[in-house]
Design a protein. Structure first.
Length: 130
């Protein structure tokens, strides 16, 4: 599974949304004004030992879109804090040691429907899929 799907799965478990309804993986769901999307992008190289790959370090960006800017910010910050505090989580056959914040929540833009998007980025520390 992709890191974005794993993080989206965890966000569902934490009560932040429903996959395919208001929570998308690598894309927003087109119709909503109150949505979350988790995007994966390349991280740092894997840590490889003589016995194989020990750790992978993918990056994810969580974007939160809402018609009320303060609501988008608060939900983004809450997600950032919830993921930042997780340790030793097994999600879809990966063991995530922790979710390292790369930056605090940051405002991205306001789209043509006047929805504000905030985002946070995290570097994930996980074992390869079992």
């Amino acid at each position: 599974m992709s890191a974005a799907f794993d993080v989206a799965t965890k966000l569902v478990a934490l009560g932040y949304g429903t996959l395919g309804s208001n929570l998308g993986v690598n894309a927003f769901i087109d119709s909503g004004d109150n949505e979350i999307a988790v995007f994966e992008y390349p991280g740092t190289p894997d840590l490889t030992t003589h016995s194989g790959v020990a750790f992978e370090y993918p990056n994810v960006q969580v974007q939160v879109r809402h018609t009320i800017a303060q609501t988008a910010f608060q939900k983004c910050y809450d997600i950032y804090a919830a993921l930042r505090d997780l340790k030793d989580q097994t999600i879809n056959a990966h063991i995530y040691q922790y979710f390292e914040p790369k930056m605090l929540p940051t405002k991205l833009d306001i789209d043509e429907q006047l929805r504000t998007t905030w985002m946070c980025e995290l570097k994930l520390h996980r074992t390869p899929e079992a």
